[in-house]
Write a protein that binds this ligand. Sequence first.
Ligand SMILES: Nc1nc2c(ncn2[C@@H]2O[C@H](COP(=O)(O)OP(=O)(O)OP(=O)(O)O)[C@@H](O)[C@H]2O)c(=O)[nH]1
Ligand SMILES: [Mg+2]
Length: 220
Amino acid sequence: MEIEVLEGVFDANEIIAGKNRAILDGCGAFMVNVMASPGAGKTSVILKTLEGVAGGLSCAVVEGDIAGKVDSERVAETGVPAIQINTGGSCHLEARQVNTALERLDLEGVDLVLVENVGNLVCPAEFRLGEDCKVMILSVAEGHDKPLKYPLMFSESDVLLVNKIDLLPYTDFDVDGLKDTVRRMNPRVRIFEMSCRTGEGIDRWVDWLKERVEKRAEGT
Ligand SMILES: Nc1nc2c(ncn2[C@@H]2O[C@H](COP(=O)(O)OP(=O)(O)OP(=O)(O)O)[C@@H](O)[C@H]2O)c(=O)[nH]1
Ligand SMILES: [Mg+2]
């Protein structure tokens, strides 16, 4: 019985994710679902990405948190339109919440929508939002064993950003070992190492993203 209920939840989510896809296709916007554990650097990566694409791509941001509007305020300070979704206890965003945000945003002329999911390495991977690209962040302070403990997130993601590499000298994090583990689980994953603190590696991720957005706009 419980399984049937869960299937119903996932089916309903899939239908609304499809509606989100239609909205994004209608206005030609590319949507990225940014997932990670609390504090890994989701908002920092979003801010660095906005900086990196500024002048080229027009952006909007959807911020998901259990409570508060700290992150949407950080984004709004940059002048980029940002909508905060408070899930009120739920540990992931669902397509219907993103649908509400997409309906509220003025997407006319927007090329890129960045969605910050709720900080969690488990359930966000199970709920498609209608995104073009699932990006997960792992910060080196969290440890290189995380793919073995939270496999779905690592196998579902199109991109893995290894953040906070400025902290590597203070950890026992094995970057090459992590890459091997993740590539065995998910051969198609793109991996970028970066530091939002020093800015190292941000350009490689931003260049890749810009190319993906442009290719999608050209329909390739
Ligand atoms: N040293 C270092 N600190 C970083 C880096 N990126 C982010 N931080 C810091 O890590 C902390 C958390 O960063 P956020 O970007 O707020 O993380 P988040 O994943 O959005 O956090 P939640 O939204 O609370 O889940 C902040 O104090 C950031 O300044 C980095 O590359 N290096
Ligand atoms: Mg955040």
